[in-house]
Design a protein around this ligand. Structure first.
Ligand SMILES: [Cu+2]
Length: 145
């Protein structure tokens, strides 16, 4: 007797579910948790998440790109004379073994400028994070109000 061939059913995943799934990294050493995005104006948005190097070798976050905006870069935030100033983080971000970097509101963040038409229409923003060792990892940041 032959086993019945299993039928493969193409699935359309809801963005929320997708956001969970992409937390499983392509390279096992980098873990990305809670990726979310928030639009601050019709022109710009920021993305937040925690990136952890769970491996035993160091890595380095080199850059970010997206089809959802003209420009994507890492920013730091600092208070200068009671004014919040953002500036691009140059030269990548080191991730020694066991280290995490957290992008969060009011702190370091992923800045998206020149939002593409239909930005976040399906409730998520696709981001590609480039690592020196782990290579490119895809993330779907869940769009929040
Ligand atoms: Cu910024």
């Amino acid at each position: 007797m032959r086993p019945e061939p299993t039928e493969s059913v193409p699935m359309r995943l809801a963005p929320a579910l997708l956001a969970c799934l992409v937390a499983l990294p392509a390279a096992a050493e980098i873990e990305i948790t809670d990726p979310v995005a928030r639009s601050s104006s019709p022109m710009a948005a920021a993305a937040y998440m925690t990136i952890t190097n769970t491996g035993e070798t160091g890595d380095r976050l080199l850059g970010v790109r997206t089809v959802a905006a003209e420009r994507a870069e890492f920013h730091s935030t600092e208070m200068v004379d009671d004014v919040m100033r953002m500036r691009p983080i140059e030269g990548g971000i080191d991730l020694p073994p066991g280290a995490s970097v957290t992008f969060e509101r009011g702190g370091d963040h992923v800045m998206l400028m020149g939002l593409a038409e239909g930005f976040g229409e399906d409730g998520a923003v696709p981001l590609t994070l480039s690592f020196e060792t782990a290579g490119d990892l895809e993330v779907e940041a869940l769009l929040q109000d």
